[in-house]
Design a protein. Sequence first.
Length: 373
Amino acid sequence: MPPVVIDIRSAEDMRDVVHRAVQALAEGHLVAFPTETVYGLAASALSETAIAKLASVRGDEPDRSLALAVKNAEDALDYVPDLNPLGQRLARRCWPGPVTLVAEDRHPEGLIQQLPEVVRKTIVVEGLVRLRSPAHPVILDVLRLLPGPVAIASANRRGDAESVTAEEVVAALHDDVQLVLDDGRSRFAQPATVVRLKDDTFEVMVPGVVSEKVLKRLSSFMVLLVCTGNTCRSPMAEEIMRQMIAERLGCRPSEVEDHGVIVMSAGIAAMMGGRASPEAVTIGDRLGFDLRNHESQPLTPQLVRHADLILTMTRSHREAIVAEWPEAGQRTHALVQGGGNVADPIGGPIELYEQCAAQMKRELRPWLERLPQ
């Protein structure tokens, strides 16, 4: 029997489409989903029969695992609780998106351990599990509603080209797939990049949409300094921190990014493109950095999501960030660890700026220990 094909571009009620996909997966059927890379073939990871059929249809060899589809980086930690810092960093910055992370499955309390044994042996191969968060709203909605994980692979048979349209899925799989959701040609029309995580490094196993050069930047450790307007305290703190990191690494401040560390600043109530205060520029000249070209920027969800360490000038800044983005709580800290704040010198004399810079330099030093060695 040929598959049911639903053109989601003309669907009157997307909720109905999502519920039909959820029902099909829950009943043990295979469903083909559009993603930003290529079309994916999915099965419920709670069903031994569905997983066996998915592996059979794909024709995969025993040493090639299926991927687990996850909603986001936080969801991944339910399955791989000891996902290393590099993996968490790439997950936060790349997902949902065209990157598959390959991580070790060692934690006895991960949700993978609760899957049926036959499924586990298909999902976990040689101690490794693949995690993927596709950047397409339909499959993400399905993941939110389905009571259990989903295994996913490209919707083609082994050795064939990946399917980038629903028509190609039907031609390749025929009646082996029960439901195909058609959203036209895939945006990138090429596979996701498959990245093997290793301690503090990574290896590109399968080249794809995201290049190794981009991944290297995305894997950098990012420190974000936050104040109110991003014209005084946080820009000075950014440059002081960059100088201190450069001293530690034995390089110039301009070369810190080449060593895998990014330092940025932002303001909770900053406008875009504002200049540093004249007094901050003067302090920069005295301390050996130039703030003349600094442009203020507001704190954004993307900056918060990407940052590995967020240091705020006051405790109220931290409280505001955590209230808005609770998931960033463990990464967000007041700069002054022993209590107190870094007071805003705006409108004060140059001596107040000097005191502010000296305090920040003092308080920043202990945080260097949080950076990767």
